[in-house]
Design a protein around this ligand. Structure first.
Ligand SMILES: [Ca+2]
Ligand SMILES: [Ca+2]
Ligand SMILES: [Ca+2]
Ligand SMILES: [Ca+2]
Length: 345
């Protein structure tokens, strides 16, 4: 070895175990991670952090309890995705958490049955949270406040036909109710108040002959099945997609989409056997499927949500059956593969 080479350093093992003459003491600083928190809207509530955060952050793997208080809490987003309160997070990395005090707007379901919700400020995405999953066999049909407690509940249909309602408190599961008898092959389409009694009723369409029926409901309790249009067979290409009160008379109307060319049509109902049908002025094309009706732009009028075959989502701002404008959501980007927009609040 060339002892003169300045790039070669020979380290010698100390001959004694006790370093009595420390020339250089290296103090190993514990790894620390900073936790940042925020509420949305800003100041809508408070987040308490326990234990309190040292100025330079928590030491690695500290478990921290976060409690959101004040207002109506809807869920955590950011480094965690949860609706529980309080939550415990392990500080194994730098973390940033937002407590949402606004209701989420869009409800998603993936091909495994998992549910997630997006918090939106009108058409701007703010954050996302995972929700309790109904399992792979239950399809989310709509979000609707069946029991009129101020929180939207979820309507699911099983692959074998049965429908169930989850009552929800904010984004937390409350109870599950299996509704009525089995509708068999009839497909649940959406929820609206067809008879004007203040309670949401469930619309079904037969997949083959396109007949329409609604289940009169009293909250989550099935009352009776009512034929629409005298139980007549419908046009083959027209699939009922969503329910909304287009003319603001307090009774639900139906939005259809043509499965061949994408055209949209509305039935303005006047009782179960009388309606005015009109085709909407614009056609989104067959690749854009109607997924839901819900209010998003703050004018109080229900808008139409579409999802494209490629995963992109868009909304048409509506005034009844009249189209006021349109907007691409998610910055015009497709959502992750397998996720379907199942409802809006
Ligand atoms: Ca409810
Ligand atoms: Ca009703
Ligand atoms: Ca109406
Ligand atoms: Ca609107």
């Amino acid at each position: 070895m060339n002892q003169l080479d300045p790039l070669v350093t020979t380290l010698s093992t100390p001959t004694t175990k006790t370093n009595k003459t420390p020339g250089m003491v290296v103090t190993k600083e514990p790894v620390r991670f900073v936790l940042s928190t925020a509420t949305y809207p800003n100041g809508a509530g408070t987040i308490s952090i326990s234990p309190g955060q040292p100025t330079n952050g928590f030491t690695s793997n500290t478990v921290v309890t976060l409690t959101a208080s004040g207002g109506t809490f809807f869920g955590w987003s950011g480094s965690v995705s949860d609706t529980a309160n309080p939550i415990h997070i392990k500080m194994d990395a730098k973390k940033s958490v937002v407590a949402f005090y606004i209701d989420s707007s869009l409800i998603w379901q993936n091909s495994k049955g998992s549910l997630a919700t997006w918090f939106m400020d009108k058409t701007n995405f703010l954050g996302a949270t995972g929700l309790k999953s109904p399992g792979v066999d239950w399809k989310l049909i709509a979000a609707y406040d069946f029991d009129r407690d101020g929180f939207k509940d979820f309507l699911f249909q099983h692959t074998a036909g049965r429908v169930a309602i989850w009552t929800m408190k904010a984004n937390d599961f409350s109870t599950s109710v299996l509704v009525g008898s089995s509708p068999g092959t009839w497909k649940a389409i959406g929820v609206g108040d067809f008879d004007g009694d203040g309670y949401g009723d469930i619309l079904f369409q037969h997949p083959d002959d396109k007949r329409l029926v609604y289940w009169r409901m009293n909250g989550t309790i099935f009352i009776s099945a009512v034929n629409l249009n005298e139980g007549k067979i419908g046009s083959q290409a027209w699939k009922a997609e969503a329910v909304s009160d287009f003319n603001n008379d307090g009774a639900a109307d139906i939005l259809f989409q043509n499965t061949n060319d994408g055209r949209l049509a509305a039935w303005i109902l006047n009782g179960p056997n009388s309606f005015t049908a009109s085709t909407l002025a614009h056609n989104p094309g067959p690749n854009w499927q109607v997924v839901s009706l819900g209010e998003i732009n703050g004018d109080g009028k229900k808008d139409i949500f579409f999802q494209n075959m490629d995963g992109r989502i868009a909304v048409w701002f509506m005034d009844g059956p009249a189209i006021l404008g349109s907007c691409a959501l998610n910055k015009g980007q497709p959502v992750a593969t397998g996720w379907r927009l199942g409802g809006s609040k």
